[in-house]
Design a protein around this ligand. Structure first.
Ligand SMILES: Nc1ncnc2c1ncn2[C@@H]1O[C@H](COP(=O)(O)OP(=O)(O)OP(=O)(O)O)[C@@H](O)[C@H]1O
Ligand SMILES: [Mg+2]
Length: 332
C-alpha cells in the first residue's frame, strides 16, 4: 500500500446543487495523523462519509487502505474504523453490550468479542462504567466509547469526525492522549476532523484546511504558520488615547496587523523577539508607556484567517490577534 488515503478531485454534490465537497485532493501516508480543519459546513463530514464508503462521491475518486471506495467498499470497510460526528447509539444498551455487538458485526467469535470488549473498555477508561446504559454516559464517556467501537476490528485507518467537540478540557486531553497512543503504538493512520486549531496543532503531523468544500491550505503546522509570517508585537498603551500614536510607531518596524483586539496597537515584527527591545525604546521615545506587551507567534488560527479572511467559530478574537487557543465552542 502506498497511500493510506488517496483522493483525487473528490466531489459530492447534493440535491439543489450544493457542492459540499468541491474537488478535494488528499494524500495521507500510512502511519500519519492528518488533521482536517474547517468551520461548520466546510465539508469535513461529507468528505469523511465518502472516504468511509457511507456516501457515494458524485465526482472524482478515492482509495482507502489501497481499496477503491466505490468499487471495493467492502474491503475498505474491513480496513477502517469510523467514529462519526452524529453516530446513533442505542441509549438503552450498556457500553459492554455495544462493544460486543460491534464484535459480532465484524465476525469475531464470542470469546474474541469478550476479550476485545474487556481490552477496549480498559483502554478508554470505561471498565467501571461498562455495565451502565450508554444513555447515562457523559459526553466525554460517549466519545471514548465511540472511539472504542471504532477500534473493535483493529483498523489500519481510523476516521474520527470531530472527536472532541463539546468536551471539557480534561476529557479532550484524555482523548488526545488515546489518539496519540494508537498512532504511535499500533501505527494506526488517523484522519481527524476538527474545528479546533489547537487540536490540529497538537495531534496532526499534517493539516489540511477546508473551506467551502475546497482545501485552501495544506502542510505541517510549522509550515502553515511560517506562511503567515513574522510574529506580531501587540501592545496596549497605558493611556488609551495614545493607541493611534503607538500604532504609528509600531508600523515603522513592520506591517500593521489588522485583526487586533480593541485598544491595542499591533504590527508584525521581522526578527521577532530580537527586536522587541528596540520597538519598546521607540515607543518610549515617543512618550508612550505600555500597560502590556505580547509577542504573538503565528498560530493555525492565523493561518485560517490568512487563507479564508475569517476566523473559526468560537475563535472570535479578543485576547490578541488570533488568540484562538483555549476557547471551546460548544455545539451539542
Ligand atoms: N444530506 C445532505 N443534503 C444536502 N446538503 C447537505 C447534506 N449533508 C451536508 N450538506 C451540506 O453540505 C455542506 C457541508 O456539510 P458537512 O456536514 O460536510 O460540513 P462539516 O464541515 O462537517 O460541518 P460541521 O463542522 O458543522 O460538522 C453544508 O452546507 C451542509 O448543509
Ligand atoms: Mg461535520
Amino acid at each position: 500500500m502506498n497511500e493510506a488515503i488517496l483522493a483525487e478531485g473528490l466531489v459530492r454534490e447534493f440535491k439543489g446543487g450544493i457542492r459540499a465537497v468541491d474537488g478535494v485532493d488528499l494524500q495521507v501516508r500510512p502511519g500519519e495523523v492528518y488533521g482536517f480543519l474547517g468551520p461548520n459546513g466546510a465539508g469535513k463530514s461529507t468528505t469523511v462519509r465518502m472516504l468511509a464508503t457511507l456516501l457515494r462521491p458524485t465526482g472524482g475518486s478515492a482509495t482507502v487502505a489501497g481499496f477503491d471506495v466505490a468499487s471495493e467498499a467492502k474491503s475498505v470497510r474491513r480496513s477502517i474504523g469510523v467514529a462519526l460526528q452524529d453516530a446513533a447509539i442505542d441509549p438503552f444498551m450498556t457500553g459492554r453490550e455495544l462493544l460486543h455487538l460491534q464484535g459480532v458485526l465484524h465476525g469475531l467469535s464470542r470469546a474474541e468479542c469478550r476479550s476485545t470488549a474487556d481490552r477496549l473498555l480498559d483502554r478508554v477508561g470505561l471498565t467501571e462504567a461498562a455495565e451502565r446504559r450508554v444513555g447515562t454516559y457523559s459526553g466525554g464517556m460517549r466519545r471514548r466509547l465511540d472511539l472504542a467501537l471504532a477500534l473493535v476490528h483493529e483498523p489500519v485507518v481510523l476516521f474520527l469526525d470531530e472527536p472532541t467537540t463539546g468536551l471539557d478540557p480534561t476529557s479532550r486531553l484524555a482523548l488526545w492522549e488515546e489518539v496519540r497512543r494508537l498512532n504511535t503504538e499500533a501505527g494506526t493512520t488517523v484522519f481527524l476532523t476538527t474545528q479546533y486549531l489547537e487540536e490540529a496543532d497538537q495531534l496532526a503531523g499534517r493539516v489540511g484546511i477546508i473551506d467551502g468544500g475546497r482545501i485552501v491550505a495544506e502542510g505541517t503546522p510549522q509550515q502553515l504558520k511560517a506562511e503567515v509570517g513574522d510574529p506580531a508585537l501587540v501592545i496596549t498603551p497605558a493611556d488609551p488615547e495614545r493607541r493611534d500614536a503607538a500604532q504609528e510607531v509600531l508600523v515603522r518596524f513592520g506591517p500593521e496587523v489588522e485583526a487586533r483586539p480593541p485598544g491595542t496597537a499591533a504590527a508584525r515584527l521581522p526578527g521577532g523577539a530580537a527586536r522587541v527591545a528596540e520597538a519598546v525604546r521607540a515607543l518610549d521615545e515617543a512618550g508612550i508607556s505600555t500597560a502590556s506587551l505580547d509577542l504573538h507567534q503565528p498560530t493555525l488560527d492565523d493561518v485560517f484567517v490568512a487563507k479564508t479572511g475569517r476566523r473559526l467559530e468560537g475563535h472570535g478574537g479578543g485576547e490578541s490577534p488570533a488568540a484562538g487557543r483555549g476557547k471551546r465552542g460548544r455545539r451539542r
